[in-house]
Write a protein that binds this ligand. Structure first.
Ligand SMILES: O=c1ccn([C@@H]2O[C@H](COP(=O)(O)OP(=O)(O)O[C@H]3O[C@H](CO)[C@@H](O)[C@H](O)[C@H]3O)[C@@H](O)[C@H]2O)c(=O)[nH]1
Length: 476
């Protein structure tokens, strides 16, 4: 490869092609570019197509505006191995199989041609769920940086799957009533608070293969991990991870101006809710969203819908058309939208940051996606938790049990019932609102302090950049 590296870092950034991963990846790219990095950001054709068809922008390059403001961000696209029209939501496992087995060949091709024509490229930043970064970074002699988009706790738990198995807490969980207190960096956790993949009875799925390959084989061997978390929120876990690998908490990773994004990141058209929210009293509206990826059953959706209706609380519901399935895009009870028309606004997708920063929003019923939690804390909006998949069960524990900034939607797992929904909605919006707001303000302060000058995330970002410099020199 010769002496192709200058002092300025040039990184190829390949996010995981899912909404909840793309958003923090784009904002991280801007952060790094603002610190002097050149970034070549690569989306899949499918993600690119969704972004460009969801925005009103006239350009095909989502980073065009960012570039105008002086940031050196280049943009490319590649195939994920499937045709554009393939329904990735409906055929989730096939999509994941492709990312596991086929995507790496496309990555190899594009990275190969990029480094060939641009010898300044010295680093690869890839989402930790990708299975190929070790192979690619070795082949092209790039510093291998992994971007972890969930709490540090989650990665640490995945790292200890062997220990969990040895103790009867994974594959299969034999002792549900135990308290797990033997994982380094984790004081204690119940088996029911583990990620859904660790609680699964069938561990032979494609998602499990990705986790084993990406997190255990690959991420454990990367040069550096950067994470969208905050050191003061997870000090014990982070210092434990740091004993074996450079791990930098640099979150929360948001746009510079929270509600004004320089780059379009949305895969769906955002409907404007502001005018509707403007008519509501401060703190009176509940916002609901289950993120971009998880699904619910029709039964749960109906119970939530009726619980909301009977609570009488005003709401904005970002209800993804494929929430139950992209084969059943009208999953609400017949006539529901007419019945709630003065009480609630139902949209397929919105700009969540804009909605939850509106003064009329006083609560967030969430599936506990990590981005949603960080955004809600930033806006001081307490949460009702309804975890559905993956890290969301563990994130719920952080929100409800550890930080006490939210409540559970259902006390009995896997059982959603309209009376309980009604009760919990009223509890969050009325009885417990003041108490939760006081607690969430404290956590919000932790986030603000981390991002302030001299704060932990700023310091960690600077240390990360110095470490990249060291690693780059080592590779020369
Ligand atoms: O109508 C909407 C709904 C969501 N969002 C945004 O979409 C993102 C959703 O992210 P998140 O809350 O993390 O949920 P998921 O999309 O489900 O994210 C996936 O990725 C996360 C980060 O890895 C994980 O924590 C989740 O469990 C996983 O499902 C957030 O930035 C929201 O602001 C919108 O802008 N408009």
């Amino acid at each position: 490869m010769g002496d192709r590296r200058s002092e300025k870092h040039h990184a190829i950034f390949i996010p995981y092609p899912l909404q909840g991963h793309l958003i923090p990846s784009v904002h991280l790219t801007i952060k790094l570019a603002s610190k002097g990095f050149t970034i070549t950001f690569i989306n899949t054709h499918s993600i690119h197509h969704s972004i460009t068809t969801s925005t009103t922008s006239t350009t095909d390059d989502p980073f065009a505006e960012a570039r105008k403001s002086g940031l050196d961000i280049r943009y490319a696209t590649l195939s994920d191995g499937l045709p554009l029209g393939f329904d990735r939501s409906l055929n989730h496992d096939q999509y994941m199989e492709c990312l596991l087995h086929v995507f790496s060949a496309h990555v190899d091709e594009i990275v190969g041609s990029l480094v060939k024509y641009d010898p300044s490229i010295s680093c690869l930043i890839a989402d930790s769920f990708h299975v190929w970064p070790l192979m690619i970074s070795n082949k092209y002699k790039l510093v291998n940086i992994s971007f972890w988009t969930e709490p540090a706790l989650i990665l640490n738990l995945y790292y200890h799957m062997d220990l969990l198995k040895k103790n009867g807490h994974y594959d299969p969980i034999e002792k549900y009533d135990d308290i797990i207190d033997y994982i380094p960096g984790v004081r204690s956790i119940k088996p029911t608070d583990l990620m859904s993949y660790l609680q699964a009875t069938n561990t032979k799925t494609v998602s499990h293969s990705i986790i084993r390959k990406a997190l255990i084989e690959v991420t454990k061997s990367v040069d550096i991990i950067i994470c969208n978390t905050i050191q003061e929120l997870e000090p014990h876990t982070i210092s434990t991870l740091n004993q074996t690998q450079p791990f930098y908490a640099i979150g929360p990773i948001f746009p510079n101006e929270f509600t004004r994004e320089l780059v379009s990141t949305s895969l769906w058209c955002e409907l404007d809710c502001t005018r509707w929210l403007d008519t509501k009293p401060p703190g009176s509206v509940l916002y609901l969203s289950f993120g971009s990826y998880a699904h619910t059953s029709k039964h749960d959706l109906e119970e939530i819908a009726y619980g909301l209706l009977h609570s009488g609380v005003s709401f904005v519901w970002a209800l993804r058309p494929d929430l139950v399935s992209s084969n059943d895009t009208n999953a609400l009870p017949i006539g529901y939208e007419d019945r709630v028309k003065d009480q609630g606004l139902i949209v397929p997708w919105c700009n969540q940051k804009t909605v939850i920063s509106h003064p009329s929003v006083g609560g967030f019923l969430t599936h506990c996606g990590w981005n949603s939690i960080l955004e809600s804390v930033w806006c001081g909006v307490p949460l009702i938790c309804f975890p559905l998949l993956t890290d969301q069960f563990t994130n719920r524990k952080l929100v409800v049990d550890d930080w006490e900034i939210g409540i559970n939607l259902c006390e009995r797992k896997d059982w959603v019932e309209r009376e309980e929904v009604k009760k919990k909605v009223k509890e969050l919006m009325q009885e417990k609102s003041d108490e939760l707001r006081v607690k969430i303000k404290k956590v919000k302060r932790t986030l603000e302090d981390a991002l302030a000058n001299g704060g932990s995330s700023q310091r960690n970002l600077d240390q990360f950049i110095s470490q990249v410099m060291v690693k780059t020199k080592e590779m020369k």
